[in-house]
Ligand binder design. Structure first.
Ligand code: PEP
Ligand code: MG
Length: 539
């Protein structure tokens, strides 16, 4: 039995077989394919982009470490141009009908083994280079930051780390739990895992070489422990705890159908945060009063190209249909920082959280923004939709957004498309937005406070830095005073204000938020009923 402590993202317990995903190999899966030519073109494209990367690495190594260190990248470039190597890949694709990245991996593996078996020490040493360049080529073919897990049965995913795009693409019915070596509690990866309701532990100090796929593992998000190959006694104790958990859940279900109202008669709207159309089921199952935050960037993650206007329109309309008359707040895509998508071609940034993200991308690349807005305005004709804009810092941004909305209206009008301009609100998640919330409240129709980023920017703590989790304190008086200021400014203008950051689900603060005058809280679906219970017990 091996026991490791970690940081708990979602407090649930699960037991099942591990699927271990090692960093380099993890994205290379096997597929049969009929279209060999398409796969060969993918390899050729991958070779070109891998060569570009190697040239950059060569220049960097040359400048920083000199010719002999840089030479390794020259050798790798030569391998990429080697006809035998490329022919081996192409022939695997043609004869075995396999996908490009698998063929690259398989060819690299056999060349590497052949080199390793040679007597010549120079050639022997090239074995690692062939493997290294094959991984690079495969990653370039795959693009993006995403891999597909091939889960045959419900499993516990054990990985070094996962990107938000990877979490978005998980088949949720097959994910019992997630255990990662790295990762912070406040990253989007953690937030998406929490929304899925999968017991998740991050920062678990595992040696992935000692953990194997198929090992039995307990992911205990309540105690913050991952236990591999647990002994009988531990499994028995766990069964009792799981039973208790289920009993607690049953008791909570009694909250369904009840109002979110304090003993003193104050009603609070409790909505769900979702990341996909698939999450709506969970929201309804947990009796959400509406969707308070649909992180629409999830539609953009884990794919190779932009979602089209129609694709988005169908997704928004489907959510509206499922939610009936209930409110659905769609946040326009907040891409950037940890939520990257290769096809946006973002430049590398020194401080991505302070960089090109959210509304800044929308205003700098209005065509992409307009595609989403057209889809949203069209969908708005089918239900109770609100649009929410992320990362606002100034009145000028609001003015620019309204100009773009006018253009979109005109375009839709000209095409005689059915549309409606829905309610539009802004996220208050930067200290700048807090400080001018009196002005913003005159323009916006509602506010939604994003405490995740507000904490990051107020305390100057990078929410993605796992070593700073202890400093990331959303209970900091500075954050709480800002929330009060925003509520007061919104109410002075008669506007509605809610919290959609993770803090909204923090039951230790529910009473304080109610006293502050908050109108609504939007939280992960699994936390709706505990929150309702808490509200109903407040005097
Ligand atoms: C927030 O910042 O609180 C928020 C809800 O947005 P996200 O976590 O997606 O950045
Ligand atoms: Mg945010």
């Amino acid at each position: 039995m091996m026991k490791f402590c970690g940081k708990s993202v979602y407090k649930g317990i699960a037991i099942g077989p591990a699927v271990v995903v090692k960093d380099k190999e993890r994205r290379i899966t096997y597929r049969e394919t009929e279209d060999s030519e398409e796969e060969i073109q993918k390899v050729k494209g991958g070779v070109e982009s891998a060569k570009k990367e190697l040239r950059i690495l060569y220049e960097k190594a040359l400048a920083e470490m000199g010719e002999s260190s840089a030479a390794i990248f020259e050798v790798q470039q030569m391998i990429l141009e080697d006809e035998d190597y490329l022919d081996a890949i192409f022939s695997l694709i043609r004869t075995e009908k396999v996908n490009a990245e698998h063929a690259v991996y398989a060819a690299g593996d056999s060349f590497s083994k052949m080199f390793a078996g040679m007597d010549d020490s120079y050639i022997k040493a090239r074995a690692a280079d062939v493997m290294d360049i094959s991984y690079r080529l495969a990653q370039n073919i795959l693009g993006g930051d995403t891999m597909d897990f091939d889960l045959k049965e419900p499993s516990v995913i054990v990985a070094d780390d996962l990107s938000p795009g990877e979490v978005v693409r998980l088949e949720r019915e097959k994910v019992l739990a997630i255990v990662t070596v790295h990762g912070s509690l406040n990253s989007h990866t953690a937030i998406l895992a929490r929304m899925m309701g999968a017991p998740t532990l991050v920062g678990v100090p595992l040696d992935l070489d000692k953990i194997h796929t198929g090992m039995k593992v307990i992911a205990d998000g309540i105690q913050g422990e991952a236990i591999f190959e647990p002994d009988e006694a531990v499994c028995e104790e766990l069964k009792c705890r799981i039973q208790k958990e289920q009993e607690n859940k049953r008791l909570l279900r009694e909250m369904k159908g009840k109002e979110n109202i304090t003993l003193g008669g104050k009603k609070i709207h409790v909505y769900a945060n979702i990341g996909s159309v698939g999450d709506v089921g969970d929201a309804l199952e947990n009796d959400a009063g509406g969707i308070g935050l649909f992180r629409s960037e999830c539609l953009y993650l884990g794919r190779k190209d932009f979602p089209t206007e129609n694709e988005q329109f169908h997704a928004y309309r489907e959510i509206l249909r499922l939610m009936g008359e209930k409110k659905v707040v769609v946040r326009t895509f907040d891409i950037g920082s940890d939520k990257g998508a290769e096809y946006f071609h973002f430049k590398k940034e020194m401080n991505p959280a302070l960089g090109y993200r959210g509304i800044r991308v929308c205003l700098k690349q209005p065509d992409i923004f307009k595609t989403q807005l057209r889809a949203l305005l069209r969908a708005a004709a089918y239900g109770n939709l609100s649009i929410l804009y992320p990362m606002i810092t100034s009145m000028e941004e609001i003015e620019k957004i309204s100009e773009i909305i006018d253009e979109v209206k005109k375009e839709l009008h000209e095409k005689q498309t059915v549309f409606k301009v829905p309610e539009q609100g802004i996220m208050i998640e930067t200290p700048a937005a807090v400080m001018i919330s009196d002005q913003l409240a005159r323009k916006a129709e509602f506010f939604s406070i994003g405490t995740n980023d507000l904490t990051q920017y107020t305390l100057a703590v990078d929410r993605l830095n796992e070593d700073l989790d202890d400093f990331y304190n959303p209970h900091h008086e500075a954050v709480l005073r800002m929330i009060q200021m925003v509520i007061d400014n919104a109410h002075r203008c008669g506007k509605w204000v809610g919290i959609c950051g993770e803090l909204g689900a923090d039951l230790k603060l529910t009473e304080r938020f109610v006293k502050m005058g908050i109108d609504g809280l939007s939280v992960p679906p699994s936390t709706i009923l505990p929150l309702r219970k808490q509200i109903r017990e407040l005097s």
